[in-house]
Each structure stands twice: as structure tokens, then as C-alpha cells.
Design a protein around this ligand. Structure first.
Ligand code: F6P
Length: 357
């Protein structure tokens, strides 16, 4: 069976994208009479018709490479149906270019925004398969996304390295970990790195309770405290505000990032010297860990199986130990926040890690 497969990577990059692309390509070349079209810079390339027919050799040597050989961009879903200054009807353009590229199907690798657009294109009649990537692990219907475990390893390493400075200087160190809406990365890295406090977007914190952790630790001779804070964590007061009101308050403040706000308040409340560390995009960079290489490859291979079966309008998923898929319409745009009864949250509480609540 001869089949022409488009592939694009959209949204923030993360480790494992190339491993997943390679997985799709190798399985497709092996099991189908496949031709693969690489679309550049995510949906931007589909809108602009920016693509190349790939050679098999282009998928060699990329398993361990970070980033994406296809390039990526953020093309927000909310703008997809909005005609902007360039006067381009983006949905129409994507459908026309899909046809101009003579695609039989399109594999989209991305996070929540990518999946929403994938679902839109599927509803517009295109044959779409999504692959769930993001360091945030916040895609509904899959136990894990690829990229997440690598980011956990990186953030854990940061916390490990910070411990020595914290202990040597008797400091409180506040490490800001990526994750705006979901705190999975902070939860896992905080637990793995032995943080004393983990602050998540899902659990508004009381800064006085965080200060008490520092004081209680000093009282029993522990002269330093490690706080892992998700970039989207909110205080009780902030959580009670409307988003615009909150953002205005932050902009008026000298501290725009959560770690700086937390550290400055804690210094005032406790008199303990505080420092902040923001590893930022390092958490998305470099080579995927072994787990992500395997998961990305499995996801890619499963996408090729689905193409062979002619099953579209789905996103590949990890469910327990099995690789399966979900209908795009069932998962696109559905959030996956940290469940407050999650066993890791409970285990953390059982070893006296504070969530500031
Ligand atoms: O979705 C992945 C992520 O790294 C989030 O954790 C973070 O909030 C966001 O992307 C940062 O986006 P950008 O790279 O566009 O600044």
C-alpha cells in the first residue's frame, strides 16, 4: 500500500521529538510503501505550504538529538479561525496545502494546543494522528507524554546541585520549575530531589505556612530549606483574584516570577537568606533520557500501525503498560491537572513534604 504521510511538530520543543519522528518513519518505511513529507515549523508550515519530501537517510542519527529536525512554532489554537492582518484563512490554507502536498494523512506531534488544532483539522475531514509530547505531562488520556521524564531528570539534577549550596550557606533555595497550568514536573522533581516544600498550580499556598516550614526545620537543627515551585503556582490571595487582576498586580510588582515573589516574602517573614534558581528552558533541552527514547519510539511506531489500519482522528497514548489511542475529540483541550489525591501527593505528605496548604 502506497501512502504519503505528513509530519509536523508544533508548540514548545522537548526531548524525544526526533525519536518519535524517527519511530514513525522507520515503522512506516518498513511496513508501508511510504513517502514522508516533513512540514517545517509546525502548523505555520502547513499554513504557508513550507515542506520538503524527506529522504530515508534524514531520519538516521536523530534518536538522541534534542529539539526537532522539522522546527516548531507556537500557532495558538484560539487564532486558527481568526483572519489576521495577512488576510489568510488559516484553516482553509491548511486544508488546501494538505491536498497540494497530496497527503493521505498527517501526524502532529505536540501538546494541548497542537491537539486542539489537530482535532479541528480532523473535524474538517483530514486524516490526523496526534502524538502527545510535552514536558508538562498535562495531556488528558495518556499516563505520560514524551519529554516529561527527561525534564524530571534535569529538574531533579538542578535540585540535587542546589542542596550543597543551601546547606553550606544556611539558605532557603527556591527553585522555579516549568509548568504553568499543571504541576506534574514540580511534583516529580520535587519528590525526586528531596524538596522540603513543593508548590503547585493546583494547590494555592499560604506563604505563612511555607515560612513555618523553614522555622520548624531551623528549630530541629536543619539549617536550610529547598522549595520547588511550579512557575504557575499561586498564593491563596492570587488564586482568589481574576486572571487579569492578578497579572496587573504582578506587573506592578518588581518581582514578575513566582520564585522571586516567594523568596522575597520568605526572607521578610523568616530572616533566613533566600536565593532563587530558574533553570527555565534547560528543562526542555538536550538529549532525551532512555525512558523518553523508548516511549517516543513506541508512540511513533504505533502511529505507523494506525496509518496502516486507516485509523485516524486519534491521539496515541500510554495506558498502564500498553500503547493505545484516544479519539481526538475526547481529549483535545481537556486539562490534566495534578489530582490532589494522587498517590505521589499522598506519599509526599506522608514524608512531611509541605504543599504550603
Ligand atoms: O509547555 C511547555 C512549557 O515549557 C511550559 O512548561 C512553559 O510554561 C512554556 O512551555 C514556556 O513556553 P515558551 O517556550 O513559549 O516560553
Amino acid at each position: 500500500m502506497s501512502v504519503r504521510i505528513g509530519i509536523l511538530t508544533s508548540g514548545g520543543d522537548c526531548p524525544g521529538l526526533n525519536a518519535a519522528i524517527r519511530g514513525v518513519a522507520r515503522a512506516a518505511y518498513q511496513t508501508l510503501d511510504a513517502e514522508i513529507v516533513g512540514i517545517r515549523a509546525g502548523y505555520r508550515g502547513l499554513i504557508d505550504g513550507d515542506y520538503q519530501v524527506m529522504q530515508q537517510s534524514q531520519f538516521s542519527g536523530i534518536l538522541t538529538m534534542g529539539g526537532t529536525i522539522l522546527g516548531t512554532s507556537r500557532t495558538p489554537f484560539r487564532n486558527m479561525r481568526v483572519v489576521e492582518e495577512d488576510n489568510v484563512d488559516k484553516v482553509h490554507a491548511m486544508k488546501m496545502n494538505y491536498r497540494a502536498m497530496r497527503l493521505d494523512c498527517l501526524v502532529t506531534l505536540g501538546g494541548n494546543g497542537t491537539h486542539k488544532t489537530a482535532n479541528l483539522l480532523s473535524q474538517e475531514g483530514l486524516n490526523i494522528i496526534g502524538l502527545p509530547k510535552t514536558i508538562d505531562n498535562d495531556i488528558f488520556g495518556t499516563d505520560f507524554t514524551f519529554g516529561f521524564h527527561t525534564a524530571v531528570d534535569i529538574a531533579t539534577d538542578v535540585i540535587d546541585r542546589i542542596h550543597t549550596t543551601a546547606a553550606s550557606h544556611n539558605r532557603c533555595m527556591v527553585i522555579e520549575i516549568m509548568g504553568n497550568k499543571a504541576g506534574w514536573l514540580s511534583l516529580y522533581a520535587g519528590m525526586a530531589g528531596g524538596a522540603d516544600v513543593i508548590l503547585l498550580p493546583e494547590i494555592p499556598y499560604d506563604i505563612e505556612k511555607v515560612a513555618k516550614v523553614i522555622e520548624d526545620r531551623s528549630r530541629i537543627g536543619k539549617n536550610f530549606t529547598i522549595i520547588a515551585v511550579a512557575e504557575g503556582a499561586l498564593s491563596l490571595e492570587e488564586a482568589a483574584m481574576k486572571r487579569k487582576e492578578r497579572e496587573a498586580a504582578w506587573q506592578a510588582d518588581e518581582f514578575y516570577s513566582v520564585s522571586h515573589r516567594v523568596a522575597s516574602q520568605l526572607e521578610k517573614l523568616t530572616n533566613v537568606e533566600c536565593r532563587t534558581v530558574i533553570p527555565g528552558h534547560m528543562q526542555r533541552g538536550g538529549s532525551p533520557c532512555a525512558y523518553d527514547r523508548v516511549l517516543s519510539t513506541q508512540f511513533g511506531v504505533h502511529a505507523a500501525h494506525l496509518i496502516k489500519k486507516g485509523k485516524f482522528g486519534v491521539s496515541v497514548a500510554l495506558k498502564g503498560n500498553d500503547i493505545g489511542e484516544n479519539k481526538l475529540e475526547d481529549i483535545a483541550g481537556v486539562p490534566k491537572p495534578v489530582d490532589l489525591d494522587h498517590q505521589i501527593v499522598k506519599a509526599a505528605r506522608n514524608i512531611n513534604i509541605s504543599f504550603g496548604d
